[in-house]
Design a protein around this ligand. Structure first.
Ligand code: NDP
Length: 251
């Protein structure tokens, strides 16, 4: 790696192969970072890595964030390759939208282990690396479903509500040592996940309930995440920033 590249800060983005995670990775690349993409979807990860085509600035790692040994190995690989970690975005997530009676224990564990365990494990693994170079910033990607309960989202909404509280716990403890932790709660964004779980009825409900009358874009979420990781947000810690077109405010 050239000395120029070694100076650049490093962002780790989980679930970075596509959707909101990919837009966040592109934001970091456009703002002078090196980026490590951690994702379970190996084929998309390979295509994304090739599409980003940014020699020396992108490291793609196959990693299931719900598995402690895979997270430790991936973070060690990032630290070994890039030498530092300045930002972590816990974006990897899965959604199961079903009535309570139809949610199996496997569904429940799948959602909790990805959305909640993943953020816990990745932050725990990245924090010591961040501290070697004086600290950093973590952003957890929650959801408006973590702020407000609605039908079909017993597992998803609970995982995101817990992620919001995890953010506050992490902010209190890690803020003391120089790592800011914040949370973004996106409203609906048209990604593969939304295609999977947003029925026509859910889409129509969102259009009615969102004052801006539209879905958000992946780039709009990435801008908010980028701000929270930047020095401009240097005194922001333990906050939940809703990027939802006014959904939560409308109540
Ligand atoms: P996508 O499903 O489009 O992308 C998520 C990526 O994460 C996929 O590549 C997926 O791989 C990967 N992933 C899933 N499980 C794991 C895992 N265990 N370890 C590593 N990677 C994994 O989702 P979005 O871009 O829509 O969502 C990104 C985040 O934003 C999620 O946390 C989601 O809950 C949140 N969000 C999304 C909203 C939306 O409307 N889209 C609204 C509010 C919040 P694979 O394809 O194999 O599953």
């Amino acid at each position: 790696m050239t000395t120029d590249l070694i100076q650049l800060p490093v962002a780790v983005v989980t679930g970075g192969a596509r959707g909101i995670g990919l837009a966040i990775a592109r934001w970091f690349l456009a703002h002078g970072h090196r980026v490590a993409l951690l994702d379970i979807d190996q084929e998309t990860l390979r295509r994304t890595d090739a599409a980003l085509a940014d020699a020396g600035r992108v490291l793609s790692i196959h990693c299931d964030v719900s598995q402690p040994d895979q997270v430790d190995a991936a973070v060690n690989q990032v630290a070994g390759h890039f030498g530092r970690i300045d930002a972590l975005v816990n974006n990897a997530g899965v959604a199961v939208f079903k009535p309570i009676a139809q949610v199996s224990f496997e569904d429940w564990r799948h959602v909790m282990s990805t959305n909640l365990d993943g953020a816990f494990l990745c932050t725990q693994a990245c924090a010591p690396v961040m501290l070697r170079t004086g600290g950093g910033a973590v952003v957890n990607i929650a959801s408006i479903s973590g702020l407000r309960a609605s039908t079909l989202r017993v597992a998803y909404g609970t995982s995101k509500g817990a992620l919001i509280h995890l953010t506050k716990q992490q902010a209190v403890e890690l803020g003391n040592v120089g790592i800011r932790v914040n949370c973004v709660a996106p409203g609906p964004v048209d990604t593969e996940m939304a295609k999977l779980v947003h029925s026509v009825a859910i889409r129509s409900d969102y259009y009615d309930a969102i004052p801006l009358n539209r879905y958000g874009t992946t780039e709009e979420i990435a801008e908010v995440v980028g701000f929270l990781c930047s020095p401009a947000a240097g005194y922001v810690n333990g906050q939940v920033l809703a990027a939802d077109g006014g959904f939560d405010a409308a109540g």
